[in-house]
Ligand binder design. Structure first.
Ligand code: FAD
Length: 463
């Protein structure tokens, strides 16, 4: 009999279609790695599920044996919530099946699907909905926290098109959550993170888009950053919903798309997506080009799927990452000065300050309809430090840069997007929600997970 903490593993493996991976097995060390190489944990067991039946079996195994558990979707949470020390990882990474219904314009995604799966399958039918801006991000964690993306101003957050979820609850039961069934759970799943159950399948509504879009990056040397960020503020205040925009401040990466003479130089970039006919987009986006001589102009028509992968190479698996974030109101001149000053002090060529523009459909959706807060915030700003595993001795320097900019922006903060919390998740989760949402979420946690079984996350305690 093989046991962990006295639990007989055969009671799980006897009724399990996926893989049960133990520490002594080849492949265990690979299976416990997540996106952020800075987080290294050793679970006692990895239960790599194939479907809802495996997920129910894994939850019941943990419950019966009083074992702590974590749930792994795409493994992107920077704090490493997907992996626990000494417990069971309920791993959804093999659950990547999907099905588009082109007539109903919906897609079903299994709980371990990545943004890449959503885009590939829905674009085969000329359809889309909001996914993340890096295609290897899990749709599970991304959606449950809200889901920002290039299309959000037109189509809303990922949760705004989420129609129903298949959920395995903390006691190992299977329920469907939608407007008609378990509507309170459905509300909590749309913004409350992984606190309320394991979603084995998501159903999203899709809209026509592409297959090509007018999209890409325009970049200038950093000395133009104040001008470019003021432009972004004015332009996005009036822009139609079709315009998705982000700014990004960093040292130019050595990627093929970036001219060689720019590599390693400080730049400010606008990343633009026009979710409508390209001809209209060229007119609407004309003012960007009037900003004057960019160092790089890669705004062009291209496959939406390719656009969705444009950041993939900049955020590879296994590098070390540390980040902090704020939601912000309009980019005031003071905020711009603070951001530019700290961008110039960046400590690593791999670090960056991405700034998402919210607004449009995100802001119009009533706040009480989901658990996603502060929909009227204009921006989400991330301070992302990244360095190579062999530079481990420099970690404090890079982390220090993040903390310094984060602190300098605190006076302007409008809370935090729960999916952009890092090792500060425990202390900042409360700031992620309004008082009304927090009261409702903690009450629902008490109803659906009174023992806080799902606690390896930005944790909402039972009220
Ligand atoms: P995981 O670490 O696997 O999971 C994160 C949390 O969700 C864990 O608590 C886990 O238990 C829970 N969880 C995951 N799947 C399920 C499920 N099926 N059922 C129940 N619980 C589940 N966010 C955006 O909104 N937009 C972006 O464009 C964006 N870009 C990003 C780019 C990068 C490179 C990274 C690292 C993150 C990005 N994020 C973005 C943040 C992202 O949304 C969060 O990191 C999110 O937690 C990732 O989900 P995951 O499934 O990959 O992560």
């Amino acid at each position: 009999m093989t046991t962990i903490e006295g639990a007989n593993i055969e009671t799980l493996t006897a009724n399990f279609a996926g893989e049960v991976i133990q520490p002594q097995e080849a492949g265990f060390d690979t299976a416990r790695q997540i996106w952020n190489g800075h987080v290294q944990r050793r679970p006692a067991l990895i239960a790599r599920c194939r479907g809802a039946a495996d997920v129910m079996a894994a939850v019941r195994f943990c419950r019966d044996n009083d074992l702590p558990a974590s749930v792994r979707g795409g493994g992107h949470a920077v704090a490493g919530h997907a992996i626990c020390d000494g417990g069971v990882v309920i791993d959804l990474s093999a659950m990547t099946g999907s099905r588009v219904d082109p007539l109903a314009r919906t897609i079903q995604l299994q709980g371990g699907c990545l943004t890449a799966h959503l885009d590939r399958e829905s674009q085969a039918f000329g359809l889309a909905t909001t996914g993340g801006i890096v295609s290897h991000t899990g749709m599970g964690g991304l959606t449950l926290g809200g889901g920002l993306g290039h299309l959000m101003r037109k189509l809303g957050l990922a949760i705004d098109r989420l129609r129903s979820c298949d959920v395995v609850t903390a006691d190992g039961e299977f329920v469907v959550a939608s407007e008609l069934e378990h509507p309170e759970l459905y509300w909590a799943l749309r913004g409350g993170g992984g606190n309320f159950g394991i979603v084995t399948s998501f159903t999203f509504e899709l809209q026509p888009l592409g297959p090509t879009v007018l999209a890409g990056m325009v970049a200038w040397p950093m000395d133009k950053a104040p001008k470019v960020l003021r432009f972004l503020r004015e332009f996005m205040a009036e822009a139609p919903d079709e315009v998705g925009m982000m700014a990004n401040l960093r040292l130019a990466p050595s990627l093929p798309i970036v001219p060689e003479e720019l590599h390693g130089k400080p730049i400010v970039a606008l990343i633009v997506t026009y979710a409508g006919p390209a001809d209209d987009g060229r007119d609407v986006l004309g003012p960007i080009r009037q900003l004057g001589s960019p160092a790089l102009d890669a705004l062009t028509t291209k496959p939406y799927v390719a656009h969705q992968k444009m950041f993939d190479a900049a955020y590879p698996h296994g590098r070390h990452y540390y980040w902090k974030a704020h939601k912000l109101g309009p980019l005031s001149d003071e905020i711009i000065d603070v951001v530019v000053e700290h961008a110039e002090q960046v400590t690593s060529p791999l670090s960056a300050i991405p700034i998402f523009c919210l607004g449009g459909a995100v802001a119009r959706t009533p706040e009480e309809s989901t658990a996603f807060p502060y929909r009227d915030a204009c921006h989400d700003l991330n301070v992302v430090a990244s360095w190579l595993p062999e530079e481990v001795g420099d970690a404090d320097r890079h982390i220090g840069w993040v903390r310094k900019l984060f602190s300098a922006l605190e006076p302007y903060s409008r809370g935090v997007y729960v999916n952009f919390t890092g090792d500060d998740a425990a202390e900042r989760v409360r700031q992620a929600y309004t008082d009304v949402q927090w009261a409702r979420l903690t009450a629902l946690k008490a109803r659906y997970d009174p023992t806080n079984f799902f606690r390896m996350n930005a944790n909402i305690p039972p009220g």
